[in-house]
Design a protein around this ligand. Structure first.
Ligand SMILES: *Cc1c(COP(=O)(O)O)cnc(C)c1O
Length: 467
């Protein structure tokens, strides 16, 4: 592709994206294709000669679009949102255009320094503790690709700290035990497994009627493990669980963690960003006692994937676990301690200039936009809850302080499942099913950037029609 062609096609692609997003309501929300259908529409072997870019774009419309589930659709109520915003899309494009590898400060100083500043800006905007700022004595933050990576990084730092760094040489994790509820995200167990903490060393702490961790049970389990000669080392407090958006009591968990030398990680991947709005700051209650914390602008802030904010108050443990310095990565700036090398804060070496999309978003009014949007979502969720309460066929089966409502047909699991299946097949909306203490529920996650009252009304009408 020549520079002139890039310019022409690039402008056309921006138009294509804008038309897509502004006309998205014409698509069914969930892709309607069968497995293998997309591949079957494409040639089995790579082209022998160059094709025109127009031919590629024609196939975007013909082949790709039918296989897209429209996450930006205002009737998308599935999973958790994965919002995008125009400024963030441009920030990501700029990062692609620069094509820098930000593994070390010296490989592109702006990539590191803007990221550090964005982490500090977000610490301030979210009202997070000072100990997470880059300027604090022992802490700091980094953008990870996902909350899963943040969790893994936190486990590795905790493992390093509890073993006094010996883990790097002996590699033995058999004594270590970690704690979370059954409501914690699957990435918790995955991260622990990757770090060598087997399922038999992961304790599932019972939860209460609101799906929050029972701290009395945590305390009992930790004491039991210690009596058996095991070493409790890591506990996860979820602030906004994936199944039902439950909130573990972080401060109480912190006291058990402190008393037993454990690392406390707060997983607020979905909800934490709500703290941009002052009245939602409670979401992060107790985080001042945590060793690490994460939240995802790529879910609810209009900053497209991938962008997870990961903070720790113990960067020495994180760096102890993850820094390895081969000759070819040495630099004077790093040796003098004058700079941050983010490769030491994450699993991979290479990294994209991800802070640009945050910078573009924040500077162009993205914070106010996000706050307005989140308030709208929370309000709509409460309204929907009142509509559900007025229909005797339905029930709400979990607390819903924010933007997730778990509804169920009183008739039973099979009926609820059938309703969700039919709703999703209709293409008119998309929901995710979950099971809460044995009861099937339809999760209504209200998080679309363009989701308005009328969209929630339509979704509710659809559920009522299929009940
Ligand atoms: C979405 C979510 C995750 C996983 O986030 P990724 O960034 O996709 O890894 C983890 N924990 C919670 C509570 C979540 O909502």
């Amino acid at each position: 592709m020549t520079p002139d062609e890039f310019r022409t096609h690039g402008h056309a692609l921006i138009d294509w994206i804008t038309d897509y997003l502004e006309g998205i309501e014409r698509y069914p929300v969930g892709s309607q294709v069968q497995p293998g259908e997309i591949r079957a529409m494409l040639p089995e072997h790579p082209p022998a000669t160059a094709e025109s870019f127009d031919a590629v774009m024609a196939d975007m419309d013909r082949v790709i679009m039918p296989g897209i589930t429209h996450w930006q659709h205002p009737e998308f109520f599935a999973y958790f949102p994965g919002n995008t915003g125009y400024a963030a899309i441009l920030g990501d494009l700029a990062a692609s255009g620069l094509g820098v590898q930000g593994m070390s400060w010296v490989t592109s100083p702006a990539c590191t320094e803007v990221e550090t500043l964005m982490m500090d800006w977000m610490q301030e905007l979210l009202g997070l503790p000072e100990k997470f700022r880059s300027t604090s004595a022992t802490g700091g933050g980094v953008i990870q690709g996902s909350a899963s990576e943040a969790t893994l990084a936190s486990v590795l730092a905790a493992r390093w700290r509890v073993t006094g760094g010996r883990i790097n040489t002996i590699g033995d994790t058999t004594n270590l035990v970690a704690y979370a509820t059954a409501q914690a995200h699957s990435s918790i167990e995955k991260g622990l497994r990757v770090a060598g903490i087997g399922t038999s060393q992961i304790r599932v702490v019972p939860h209460d009627g609101s799906f929050a961790m029972r701290v009395d049970e945590l305390e009992r389990m930790v004491a039991e493990d210690r009596a058996r000669g095991l070493q409790p080392f890591w506990v996860c407090s979820s602030r906004g669980t994936t199944s039902s958006m439950a909130f573990d009591p972080t401060a109480d968990i912190a006291h058990v963690a402190r008393a037993n030398g454990m690392w406390l990680h707060v997983d607020a991947a979905m909800s934490g960003i709500g703290a941009l709005a002052p009245e939602m700051r409670w979401i992060n209650d107790g985080v001042e006692l945590a060793d690490s914390y994460c939240t995802n602008p790529h879910k609810w802030m209009g900053v497209n994937f991938d962008c997870d904010l990961f903070y720790t108050s113990d960067r020495a443990a994180l760096l102890g676990a993850l820094s390895i310095l081969p000759e070819y990565l040495r630099s004077q700036a790093a040796e003098a301690g004058a700079v941050i090398d983010y490769r030491d804060w994450q699993i991979p070496l290479g990294r994209r200039f991800r802070s640009l999309k945050l910078w573009f978003t924040i500077r162009t009014g993205g914070v106010t936009d996000a706050i307005d949007m989140m308030r709208r979502h929370v309000g709509l969720t409460q309204e929907l809850a009142s509509w559900v309460a007025a229909d005797p066929r339905f029930e709400v089966i979990a607390p819903h302080p924010l933007n997730l409502l778990c509804v169920r047909l009183k008739e039973g699991d099979l009926e609820t499942d059938a309703m969700i299946e039919k709703a999703n097949a209709s293409g008119r909306a998309l929901f995710t099913r979950t099971v809460l203490d044995g009861a099937v529920a339809c999760r209504v996650s209200i998080g679309g950037r363009t989701t308005e009252r009328r969209h929630v009304e339509q979704a509710w009408a659809l559920l009522q029609e299929l009940a």
